[in-house]
Design a protein around this ligand. Sequence first.
Ligand SMILES: NC(=O)CC[C@H](N)C(=O)O
Length: 194
Amino acid sequence: MNTPVIGVLALQGDVREHLIALAAADAVARPVRRPEELAEVDGLVIPGGESTTISKLAALFGMLEPLRERVRAGMPVYGTCAGLIMLADKILDPRSGQETIGGIEMIVRRNAFGRQNESFEATVDVLGVGPVEGVFIRAPWVESVGAETEVLAEHGGHIVAVRQGNALATSFHPELTGDHRMHALFVDMVRAAG
Ligand SMILES: NC(=O)CC[C@H](N)C(=O)O
């Protein structure tokens, strides 16, 4: 594959920052809102924001099933924060009616780091990448993972980065730091899948 085309799910959340980070990591990046747009990308980033809102809008825009299908078919996907929640097979504390795309065998806890610690930065050692500065904003953590899920990083004894096949997810926001190594890792995954 030459330059991979990577979409950023643009229903809600910090879309622009991901578009910039992907472009810096040598991908062609574009927003994706509709099934026709999803069909044209080689990989997809699901940004942070509010997972309940993203879930609602994905259903409203007729995107939930197309997203599930493409993830099931092996399209590389990277979820950050609320995006990680969207990739979980199970949410421990969902709002009523809250749906996910799924794809990673894991159970996640929303807003897990608690009120005292709603937003913070921490250095996180990511397997295969090294130490990165993680920005956590009302972040989830991963309570437990299945046999096929690889844990890439922990913070304070909690899982904050995982990978299963072509699906990557982090509790933190790498798009806010100007360090594009997590996006570069994902662009490599998209290239390898093509
Ligand atoms: N920064 C974020 O993406 C926050 C996630 C949010 N707390 C949620 O449950 O969706």
